[in-house]
Ligand binder design. Structure first.
Ligand SMILES: [Zn+2]
Length: 280
């Protein structure tokens, strides 16, 4: 008898996600109980929020006792302790409770890439979360873009394709997921954690440079190229002058290329431009 796949998660009822290229179907509700312990373990892991005092055992303990059901609960634990009195529970003492709170408090400041990684979005591992964070630069910009479903610009990042874009969109179509993000970091200043802006490396070649794009490009539209340069702190200009830092010339570049040659301005190809972006 052919197996009939469920359409909703048997545990939480969320609509299941089936990737065309994959066999598996997945529940992507961040609050799904069947997955929540594993997600919490990922959330506090070394490359995410890195909360030492919350190992696998402790996560399971807090989940079973109902004290941590969702990531934001971790950061509310201390303020609730007057009622909970953790130090009175078996296996805990005054010092171990204090150590736990200290390690949670240390994790309240987190970089945008680690924050995104911690959410556990399918296909968004360490390297992709870095690309996403580099693209959006600040939590506020990231939140605004996912809320407005305006994230297609991510495709300009080498390493992010349609399928990853879709997983990110699907993740934020789930109200529970959005709720968790908002409870964690609020609108930027009113959450239980602070997400730090991504800083550009100091030797970033594009910082404060004026770039002119001319001609037709093979991989990027002109608009995408400009957007990409701006992400890295450059200014895209439409005319060549002595102030132009360099010109990126594609096929059939005409007058602007000639002008750049006359003025002795550095001229690079689209390929060179993409290589430079990759090195940042
Ligand atoms: Zn579920």
């Amino acid at each position: 008898m052919p197996f009939v796949f469920p359409e909703a998660c048997p545990r939480c009822g969320s609509v299941l996600l089936k990737d065309e290229d994959e066999v598996a179907i997945k529940c992507i509700n961040i609050n799904c109980e069947a997955q929540i312990v594993e997600r919490l373990i990922h959330f506090v892991s070394k490359l995410a929020f890195d909360i030492d005092g919350l190992g696998e055992q402790n996560i399971k303990f807090f989940f079973d006792t109902g004290l941590i059901k969702s990531p934001p609960d971790i950061f509310l634990l201390e303020s609730k302790n007057a009622d909970i009195r953790l130090e009175k529970l078996e296996g805990w003492g005054k010092q171990s409770v204090q150590n736990l709170f200290d390690s949670i408090n240390k994790a309240r400041k987190i970089s945008l890439d680690k924050f995104i990684y911690a959410l556990g979005i399918p296909q968004v591992g360490r390297s992709v979360s870095k690309l996403v964070a580099c693209f959006f630069r600040s939590y506020e910009n990231f939140l605004k873009s996912v809320e407005n479903k305006d994230i297609a610009g991510l495709l300009t990042m080498d390493g992010i394709g349609e399928s990853i874009l879709e997983d990110i969109e699907k993740f934020f179509e789930n109200d529970n997921n959005k709720d968790v993000v908002k409870k964690l970091a609020g609108n930027g200043t009113d959450g239980v954690v602070t997400v730090l802006d991504m800083e550009l490396p100091e030797n970033n070649l594009f910082q404060n440079k004026t770039i002119v794009f001319t001609g037709t490009f093979e991989n990027l539209s002109r608009e995408d190229a400009k957007e990409l340069a701006e992400k890295y702190g450059a200014k895209a200009s439409s005319s060549v002058s002595a102030k132009t830092s360099f010109v990126v010339a594609g096929e059939n570049a005409g007058k602007k290329l000639e002008q750049a040659q006359k003025l002795g301005i550095n001229i690079i190809s689209e390929q060179d431009f993409l290589e430079l972006i990759k090195k940042i």
